[in-house]
Design a protein around this ligand. Structure first.
Ligand SMILES: NC(=O)C1=CN([C@@H]2O[C@H](COP(=O)(O)OP(=O)(O)OC[C@H]3O[C@@H](n4cnc5c(N)ncnc54)[C@H](OP(=O)(O)O)[C@@H]3O)[C@@H](O)[C@H]2O)C=CC1
Ligand SMILES: O=C(CO)COP(=O)(O)O
Length: 343
């Protein structure tokens, strides 16, 4: 009897072997590169067959991280989400949040027995749910089978193999540990945490604060003010996280503060770039069209604003970004008002 229990424990231990990536943008491409350093083969869903055909022809993603060469013999591409889900035990979602439902709409294969990893730093619009809550409520995936990939890590630096640190958040420590093996190589170090919810909200908020940093830069505020803005941003993040998911956490760890800093300061940040354009006088629409990539904070700020209507956390930076992006408020006046609240 004892032996049977031990045996079943062994067979139940999670070992990711068939891993699928969902998404065709920069982050999905960087994740695929990391995975191919630890796995023989991967499965990869992209929405457009023409992109897949071109990828196979030139051995590169034709639109994102175009300097990266791939051994396409080791990649099973598909533009049919069901085909990918059927094949794999572990699925990494790396699409921008506003398009997630568009892909899931076509799904007929159940997800409940898969390990789902969200690499998305956004919230599902309309439902206003963080990604793990969405999969739990709408796809019946248990907490233990849901993980988040977080940390300060720009796809462009992964492409260049610059040393980066990732964090896997999962309620099940053993699964998190198993996943660190998948995401660790000579330029990526990976650690674990159980604060799934806190990390997800922090990953959304840092995008909003990076937009604020960009707006200020575009308005010609200097590094001195940006440092004050970032200090106030981490306090705002701490207040919100404590209200929405009270848990002892060290907000100065790299998945929270580190990600805020890299997104607020890096030239690679889409959110900062977007904010910078707004500060320089571009309209929201024009900035979005010119960027050609997705600034998640644009969508995130609306969701956080709506969620915060039930929590009433004092969030002046988030409010200023919301007013600029959704109420056509003047960036000059909004940031000037914000400077009076910073300390
Ligand atoms: N880039 C990074 O360094 C990091 C990004 N992330 C997160 O990863 C997620 C994905 O971002 P990222 O890879 O940067 O995004 P990108 O801006 O690089 O890629 C955009 C993706 O969205 C798709 N897309 C664009 N328009 C539409 C549309 N109308 N309908 C459906 N799909 C569309 C594109 O598909 P197509 O090419 O077919 O148009 C492409 O796959 C985000 O949540 C982001 O916060 C997290 C960590 C790092
Ligand atoms: O999350 C990121 C870095 O950790 C990417 O941020 P951007 O989407 O602003 O480029």
């Amino acid at each position: 009897m004892q032996k049977t229990t031990e045996e079943s424990k062994t067979t139940m231990a999670y070992k990711p072997t068939k891993i699928g990536v969902i998404g065709g943008g920069s982050w999905a491409t960087a994740i695929a590169k990391i995975l191919l350093s630890t796995q023989e083969t991967i499965y990869w869903y992209m929405r457009r067959q023409d992109q897949i055909d071109e990828f196979k022809r030139v051995s590169k993603n034709p639109s994102y991280l175009t300097g990266l060469k791939f051994d396409t013999e080791r990649i099973f591409f598909t533009n049919k989400i069901n085909d990918l889900v059927k094949q794999v035990d572990t699925i990494i979602f790396a699409t921008p949040s506003p398009f997630l439902k568009q892909h899931l709409k076509k799904l007929r294969v159940p997800l409940k027995d898969k390990i789902i990893i969200s690499a998305i730093k956004g919230i599902v619009p309309e439902e206003n749910l963080i990604i793990t809550d969405y999969f739990q409520q709408f796809y019946n995936v248990s907490r233990e089978n849901l993980a988040v990939l977080a940390g300060p890590c720009h796809a462009e630096e992964v492409a260049l193999e610059k040393l980066s640190y990732l964090t896997i958040a999962c309620a099940d420590r053993e699964k998190a540990k198993a996943l660190t093996q998948v995401f660790s190589n000579h330029y990526i170090r990976t650690s674990t945490t159980e604060d799934v919810t806190g990390i997800e909200y922090a990953s959304v908020l840092k995008n909003v604060y990076a937009i604020a940093a960009g707006v200020c830069h575009g308005l010609k505020y200097g590094d001195n003010f940006q440092a004050v803005l970032m200090s106030n941003a981490i306090q705002e993040m701490q207040r919100f996280s404590s209200a929405i998911h009270p848990l002892p956490r060290s907000i100065d760890e790299s998945a929270y503060l580190g990600d805020l800093l890299v997104t607020g300061y890096s030239k690679f940040s889409r959110n900062r770039t977007f904010g910078n354009m707004i500060g320089k006088g571009y309209s929201v629409k024009t900035a979005q069209i010119e960027m050609e990539m997705i600034a998640e904070g644009y969508y995130g700020v609306k969701c956080i604003k709506e969620i915060n209507e039930s929590f009433h956390v004092q969030m002046p930076i988030m409010e200023a970004v919301y007013n600029i992006l959704y109420n056509r408020a003047s960036p000059v006046l909004q940031i000037r008002a914000l400077t009076k609240l910073m300390h």
